[in-house]
Design a protein around this ligand. Structure first.
Ligand code: C5P
Length: 403
């Protein structure tokens, strides 16, 4: 079950976009997490999803109109005073723009104008709308105003294209609010304000020739969850990312790299003034001894061919060799298929890092959840299975108290 929401009073705001039908799922996930839900919709949202559906699910009339005589008094003031958390899904470009300038011309915007609790915005729009300069300005300002963004993500869009702008999955949106409420009962923690953190994410690709490479199945999700959590806690975030299937969160600086050596160079460039480095990247231990200038040709005979591999630099271990006063707080990940904590302890010593997050390959790779043990010189903390975002917050809790 998603944590942090049991018994909480949550307002779901629905904007007018095709993804509005997914607001139903958002409500469902909130209810499964034992939250109490009320819904407020923009007039155009009611053209995409029936208020009756949302009223039926929540047992309370979905608020669609400030002038509805069924609501005496000020429904927007009452709703926002009732709420302990809020999700706007989908947040359309129009809703974001009006929110940014403080308009209150419908029930949703008037409610948001009074809202004093953690609010998660889940944008959904076409990629060109999302990337438009006005929208990007609005998003940047809303982040500064303290809103948390869930997505958007890259995927199939209503137009039939694939691109950035698809609404984050309802369960993930709800999990993000759960983490916020779990971690910050009185609003967002800003315990990393003024801190610079770097997170490496995803796999490296080690070239054999111009078209072939050796890589692994790292998705980048754990690294991006760490980046999102650090951003939401006020840090300045740099992500050094190999080729990943998911998109990094907005509002962080992303440096794209391919090989382990590219990753090491990018990390070296960003070391100045860095408070913490979290290496979630699945760095290839070896690379082909040579990268052929032209595509390797198939041999005409049946004889096997051999690829010679040479060792890559161990980025984390090289930084670990620096004196503790001249290096950032170092966090490594240890992914194993057996004896995870035993190997993690050895890694903590050998790489001379401050924290190793030990996780098991079958759980950690690809999915949205993870299960880990935090291994430090002072001892181990075994955590239950949770979303990667929730785990990211646990890791930052540790780093933040150590800094
Ligand atoms: O030794 P192992 O690869 O299991 O260690 C994993 C940790 O070390 C991860 O944090 C990974 O990002 C980092 N690492 C590295 N450079 C390498 C290999 C791993 O920084 N060449």
């Amino acid at each position: 079950m998603i944590q942090g929401l049991s018994g909480k009073r949550i307002v779901v705001g629905v904007g007018g976009g095709i993804a509005a039908f997914k607001a139903v799922e958002v409500v469902r996930h909130l209810q499964r997490a034992q939250a109490e839900v009320r819904v407020v919709m923009t007039p155009s949202a009611t053209r995409f999803v029936g208020p009756t559906t949302l009223s039926g699910l929540t047992g309370r009339a979905a608020v669609t109109d400030l002038w509805d005589p069924r609501y005496p008094g000020e429904v927007h003031v009452e709703l926002s005073a009732w709420a302990q958390g809020c999700i706007v899904a989908p947040a359309t470009q129009n809703t974001l723009a009006r929110l940014k300038i403080g308009m209150a011309d419908d029930a949703l915007l008037a409610t948001l104008a009074c809202m004093a609790c953690p609010t998660v915005l889940a944008p959904a729009m076409h990629e060109r709308m999302w990337n438009g300069p006005a929208n990007q300005r609005n998003v940047a300002q809303l982040r500064e105003d303290g809103y948390t963004f869930a997505g958007p993500v890259t995927g199939p869009l209503a137009s039939g294209h694939t691109g950035m702008g698809r609404m984050q999955e309802p369960e993930e949106i709800v999990a993000i609010l759960g983490t916020l409420l779990d971690d910050a009962p009185s609003g967002l923690h800003q315990d990393l304000t003024g801190r610079r953190v770097l997170i490496s994410a995803g796999p490296t690709q080690e070239d054999l020739d111009p078209v072939r490479y050796i890589t692994n199945r790292s998705s980048g999700r754990m690294g991006f969850a760490l980046a999102r959590a650090a951003r939401d806690r006020g840090a300045e975030v740099v992500v050094v990312a190999g080729a990943t299937e998911v998109s990094p969160p907005a509002g962080v600086r992303v440096v794209k790299v391919r090989s382990a050596r590219d990753m090491q160079a990018a990390i070296d460039d960003a070391l100045d003034g860095l408070d913490a480095l979290v290496m979630t990247a699945a760095v290839a231990d070896y690379r082909p001894a040579e990268r052929a200038e032209h595509k390797l040709k198939k041999q005409t005979d049946e004889a096997p061919i051999t690829i010679e591999l040479v060792k890559n630099p161990d980025i984390l271990a090289e930084l670990g060799r620096r004196r503790a006063t001249t290096r950032p707080f170092l966090v490594g990940f240890a992914m194993e298929t057996r004896d995870i904590v035993k190997y993690a302890r050895r890694k903590l010593r050998e790489k001379r890092v401050d924290l190793i997050v030990a996780n098991e390959a079958s759980v950690a790779f690809g999915g949205d959840d993870n299960e880990a043990t935090l291994v430090t010189p002072e001892g181990d903390t075994t955590l239950p299975r949770m979303s990667k975002l929730a785990l990211a917050h646990r890791i930052w809790d540790h780093v933040s108290s150590a800094l």
